[in-house]
Design a binder for this molecule. Structure first.
Ligand code: OOG
Ligand code: NI
Length: 271
């Protein structure tokens, strides 16, 4: 790891944040609410990226700039029902957000969907993922609404990646760092009072103090996306809120909880 690479991570994260805000008007408003109540300071717990497990664009490729900036692999997670796996990465500088990267196990989909996804990824150059900005470079392929709808039948995740490509699908406010809020239930109520729509799958709060992590999220708002054969409003990106609890050594738990993450994935569902 070179010093220069470490110094690159803050501009990279800032560029990802700006890229994310373009698709997430709710996040801009909620961030402003918290910033007003917390001396302008809103710390991110983590950000999340999605991809397909095909060589040119797989999880390792997406993770590369973070590893080069000194991030280290933290945990592995399986979502057999969604045909996904994920890893999280964390940085020794704990003011930097963790990065949660998932990938779709393409070979587990139908022959048709496999062919469709291979056709998308074939359009990506071999060098694309070598660029540090790959993780917020948007959609590197042409895709039709017809293809989007076909993927949607099998996997909301597959269709989301086809439509949006490479960009953070959420940022996550660290409740532990807020002065204004300590209780995630109170925070959720405040957001609902402001008419933000939250993900209710499995209950508003995913997890518990017992599993050392509580999470909630907005439902992704719809954004107009251009496809090769037309335009449609589809769910884009969402905002998440996480509260971590101390382990027996007194340090805050830094991992994720698969059963909770499983529900958070639904924040971009079209149904
Ligand atoms: C990731 C969902 C899981 C978490 O914090 O557990 C997650 C995604 O929707 O891509 O963000
Ligand atoms: Ni998350």
């Amino acid at each position: 790891m070179t010093e220069a690479k470490t110094n690159n991570i803050k501009p990279l994260l800032e560029a990802m944040w700006q890229n994310y805000l373009e698709l997430t008007p709710d996040a801009r408003k909620i961030h402003a609410l918290f910033a007003n109540q917390n001396d302008g300071l809103v710390i991110n717990d983590h950000i999340a990226l999605r991809t397909y497990n095909l060589d040119k664009v797989n999880l390792e490729k997406v993770a590369r700039p973070f590893l080069e900036a000194g991030y280290i692999a933290g945990g592995d997670y399986d979502f057999p029902g969604r045909k996904l796996v994920a890893k999280h990465f964390q940085h020794p500088d704990d003011t930097l957000p963790k990065v949660f990267i998932s990938e779709l196990l393409v070979e587990a989909l139908s022959e048709n969907a496999q062919k469709t996804i291979h056709n998308l990824v074939e359009q990506v150059s071999d060098q694309a993922a070598m660029q540090d900005n790959f993780c917020f470079s948007g959609r590197p392929w042409d895709v039709s609404l017809r293809t989007y709808d076909e993927l949607l039948q099998e996997s909301e995740y597959a269709a989301w990646v086809a439509a949006f490509g490479y960009r953070p699908n959420h940022f996550t406010v660290s409740i532990n760092h807020l002065q204004s809020h300590d209780d995630i239930h109170v925070l959720n109520q405040m957001l609902q009072n402001h008419n933000f729509v939250l993900n209710e799958s499995g209950g508003l709060v995913k997890g518990s103090p017992e599993v050392l992590l509580e999470q909630s999220s907005t439902m992704a708002g719809k954004v107009s996306i251009r496809f090769s054969d037309g335009e449609r409003e589809i769910p884009g990106c969402f905002y998440e809120f996480a509260k971590r609890y101390p382990m027996s050594d007194g340090k805050l738990y830094q991992g994720f909880v698969a059963a909770s993450a499983d529900k958070i994935f639904e924040s971009t569902d079209t149904q």
